[in-house]
Design a protein around this ligand. Structure first.
Ligand SMILES: Nc1ncnc2c1ncn2[C@@H]1O[C@H](COP(=O)(O)OP(=O)(O)O)[C@@H](O)[C@H]1O
Ligand SMILES: [Mg+2]
Length: 303
């Protein structure tokens, strides 16, 4: 038996909807069932991000692993497709999964040491860039959503979101993001993207010093995969007094390491600002978030 309290981050993410509360209520039973089913012993305190519950376990043969629970949705199924395709190269290894609910048994990494613990930003970004280069070099397998479809959907939604914004400067910025996406929508790319590779989703490992976790894969252009890295530890970037300079330096490093066309990479990053802002507007926002404004400006005013 593993006793645990549901972490606050999960209550904040899922507590507001009926389905979310039902998922939380079912968690203890899910944990018990999977410990039994895969013959696992609990091995330490549970962890959580904003989306998932992660329980350290030991397999019958002594191998250290973690059980990861997340409400089944399209991104969770995509994660399984991606993890199988990458097969442990640069990313956490999938040991088993339950197709009924997307519960995963993953190799154990050091859950307490993310890339955010590396003090030098160039060093941390260099490590992330190398992982992202390897991950996005892989052609996307069948069965994932494609960036072409996602971009077309965003372009459909953009005009309404623009009119929901109250400040004309915000409206103009979101129009610029949409214009950049409109220029690229016909060449969406075909690589396997991680979608959420920020410092917190890179953990220290043993078979490789650092490994990615927590993918939400899609098929597309690697330029669409830079935003989480550019935005990593945003508060610290703001605290330097010049977050735009931090973004430019990271952008140079990433585009160089991945061998990307800078114009396209900037355009797809504006696509991520559009995607984030469409979600914010859907949630009721009437202004762009300051971090989205800064990122858009950094991409539109590159040196
Ligand atoms: N393979 C792993 N080994 C050890 N700890 C892990 C592993 N995967 C996740 N964790 C822990 O759980 C936390 C949340 O995991 P993550 O997959 O990023 O979920 P979320 O989608 O909620 O961000 C991580 O920050 C880490 O502390
Ligand atoms: Mg995470």
């Amino acid at each position: 038996m593993l006793a645990f309290g549901v972490p606050d981050t999960l209550l904040a993410s899922y507590g507001r909807s009926e389905a979310g509360r039902a998922w939380i209520a079912a968690l203890p039973g899910q944990v018990a069932e999977h410990l039994e089913k895969w013959d696992l012993a609990p091995d330490g305190d549970v962890a959580a991000g904003e989306a998932s519950l992660v329980a350290p376990v030991v397999r019958a043969g002594g191998e250290r692993a973690v059980l990861r629970f997340q409400p089944p949705k399209e991104e969770t199924r995509a994660a399984l497709v991606g993890l199988r395709t990458w097969n442990g190269s640069g990313i956490v290894r999938l040991l088993d999964h339950d197709p009924a609910n997307c519960t995963m048994l993953l190799e154990r990494l050091d859950g307490s040491r993310t890339l955010a613990s590396v003090a030098d930003d160039d060093e941390a970004m260099g490590i992330l860039a190398d992982l992202l280069r390897r991950l996005t070099a892989v052609p996307a397998p069948e069965g994932l959503r494609g960036l072409g479809e996602i971009a077309a959907e965003m372009l459909d939604q953009a005009p309404q979101a623009v009119s929901a914004l109250t400040d004309p400067a915000d409206q103009q910025l979101l129009r610029s993001c949409a214009a950049a996406v409109a220029d690229l929508v016909d060449e969406p790319g075909d690589r396997l993207l991680h979608w959420d590779l920020h410092y917190g989703n890179v953990l220290a490992g043993e078979r490789e010093p650092w490994l990615a976790i927590d993918p939400e894969p899609l098929a597309g252009d690697p330029g669409f995969d830079l935003w989480p890295a550019l935005d990593s530890e945003w508060d610290a970037a703001v605290a330097t007094g010049d977050p735009i300079r931090v973004v430019h330096r990271r952008f140079d490093l990433l585009t160089e390491a991945l061998g990307l066309d800078r114009e396209r990479a900037a355009g797809w990053t504006l696509g991520r600002v559009l995607q984030n802002s469409l979600w914010d507007v859907e949630d009721g926002a009437t202004a762009l978030a300051p971090s989205q404004v800064a990122m858009a400006q950094a991409m539109l005013e590159r040196p």
